[in-house]
Design a protein around this ligand. Structure first.
Ligand SMILES: [Zn+2]
Length: 531
């Protein structure tokens, strides 16, 4: 009897309390919810600043994002998210899930790793490493998840306040600079039950695009040659040099380069070039990124490189093996999400930059001889539409996710325009008011766009229609990795072990200092003394 009463009571409460997908929401009501969401994000500006500064101070390379992941998941756990750790066999990867009733499942992600040798004091307009030779946020990935988490925490409150049902999944792009996590997430099914994905990336404007993105996809492959060691002077005729083979492969590929279409790009480093000159190297390795604007083009380059590697092995009587270290599909973004998001971009607009922000930006642009000397962006970019002619450039493994679920990347204005990228100068703005304000603008757009989709189920369907009937109509996603390829989680371990002790003394302590600039005793902006 008592159970029945409880059950009836429970059902009753579920009926009146359970969040619904908001079919009955009027345009006016929707606008009200979005204004409240925007206001909530604005009120969380301090939290956003702390997160951006804190992740900046950890300065962790791909697969070594231990402090970053520990810190960010602790915030999400405190907010009631359930966390799955060690996603896709990657120790620093995780997925955080928060469900409120029925509704679409929306994934919100961004990258977290930094760049080798990019250590740099923030707010200082010239090269001044915090720890000489150490990694640093010379791209600005420290701002991405703070934007996402600010949006997610604001959404939790707004979804509850307005009874909007749905599930939020917050996730990190681990080792994006190695493009070595997202294809593994897709392979291992982490995006199978997700309706939409909103990804963010630092930029110097507030923008979004649809269709094939500017830039390339890539396959990252390491070739290892194995020969025979010998005394380099005593019995060189008994040696078979693996390094000769790696060098010959490089020469072969560089001849090939003359005949590559200009949209293709490739670059390499030697990861093992022997130990010392008097020992014929028995092992040597060379690591390539092969980039093109189509999957077929990438795989053709990969095939050609495999042939050149075999040729180099034959010439030197060595053996060659190879392994895939990373992959990224060329990106294709969803038209319906992009158009919806762009309306919110226009509502939010660019941040109000202070005179100090502009002074820093222009000083940095001058310092690196940029063509752009205008400082920070003051005009919004237009909605990015498919290009008549594709343009080459970088890659991002969000590409793989964009072929698994309808996806866009919101680019938010936390950095200075006109810098060369993957460089200490790209770290300068990343723990200053420029990054903080850009982050708040980005979080507003993310949160408001999620509200649009939670409140209007027909929009979710339209986004899926574009994905099913336009995007994937002629192109079929084929993973570049097999079921067996493991994520290369060993990468960057040694570098982080070398620099972490020195970096630890620079971790941001938000309990003692209002901002990281304050902790570092920087009077913002710090300009070069004129000589
Ligand atoms: Zn990036």
């Amino acid at each position: 009897m008592r159970t029945t009463v409880l059950l009836v009571t429970a059902l009753f409460f579920q009926f009146i309390m359970s969040p619904v997908q908001g079919q009955q929401i009027s345009k006016r009501q929707l606008q009200k919810i979005k204004s409240a969401t925007q206001e909530e994000v604005e009120n969380r500006h301090k939290e956003t600043q702390v997160m951006i500064d804190k992740v900046f101070s950890f300065a962790e390379l791909g697969f070594q994002e231990y402090e970053t992941s520990k810190y960010l998941t602790s915030l999400l756990t405190a907010a009631g998210f359930e966390i799955e750790y060690g996603v896709a066999g990657i120790p620093t990867a995780w997925m955080a899930r928060w469900r409120f009733g029925e509704g679409p499942t929306i994934a919100l992600g961004s990258d977290v790793d930094c760049i080798p040798k990019a250590s740099q004091y923030p707010g200082v307009a010239y090269h001044k490493p915090m720890v000489e030779g150490a990694p640093g946020h010379g791209e600005g990935h420290n701002s991405g998840l703070p934007v996402i988490i600010t949006a997610a925490l604001s959404l939790q409150n707004q979804m509850q306040a307005h009874n909007l049902g749905g599930t939020l999944i917050v996730w990190p792009g681990i080792a994006e600079e190695l493009v070595a996590s997202k294809a593994w997430y897709v392979r291992d099914g982490y995006f199978d039950k997700i309706d939409l994905c909103i990804f963010t990336h630092v930029s110097s404007n507030l923008s979004v695009s649809y269709g094939q993105a500017t830039g390339t996809g890539l396959i990252s492959v390491e070739y290892t040659f194995e020969g025979e060691a010998a005394h380099s002077a005593g019995a060189p005729w008994r040696g078979r040099s693996a390094l000769d083979a790696a060098e010959l492969m490089n020469i072969g590929w560089n001849y090939k380069r003359e005949h590559l279409h200009p949209l293709k790009r490739s670059h390499s480093i030697f990861t093992d070039a022997g130990d010392q000159p008097n020992v014929v190297p028995s092992k040597a390795s060379i690591w390539y990124y092969f980039r093109d604007i189509t999957y077929d083009g990438i795989m053709k380059m990969y095939n050609d490189a495999n042939n050149i590697a075999q040729g180099a092995a034959m010439m030197t009587d060595t053996k060659v093996t190879s392994k895939i270290v990373g992959t990224a599909w060329p990106r294709h973004f969803n038209k319906v999400i992009a158009e919806t998001m762009y309306q919110n971009i226009q509502t939010v607009g660019l941040p109000n930059w202070s005179a100090e922000d502009q002074t820093l930006a222009q000083a940095v642009q001058k310092e690196v001889n940029s063509d752009n000397t205008e400082g920070l962006a003051t005009e919004l970019s237009a909605l990015g539409k498919p290009l008549d002619r594709p343009r080459s450039g970088g890659s991002d493994d969000i590409g793989d996710i964009s072929w698994a679920v309808p996806t866009v990347t919101l680019r938010f204005p936390s950095n200075i325009p006109g810098l060369q990228g993957h460089h200490w100068s790209n770290a300068i703005a990343m723990a200053t008011p420029i990054a903080h304000k850009g982050g708040t603008a980005g979080a507003k757009v993310v949160a408001m766009t999620v509200i649009d989709f939670l409140a209007q189920p027909s929009l979710v369907q339209q986004a899926k229609d574009y994905f099913n009937n336009v995007q994937t109509k002629e192109t079929r996603y084929q993973p570049m990795i097999t079921e067996k390829d493991p994520p290369p989680i060993y990468l960057n371990k040694g570098i982080m072990e070398t620099y972490r002790p020195a970096l630890e003394s620079f971790y941001y302590d938000e309990s003692k200092y209002d901002t990281y600039l304050e902790q570092l005793n920087i009077s913002y902006p710090e300009l070069k003394k004129s000589e």
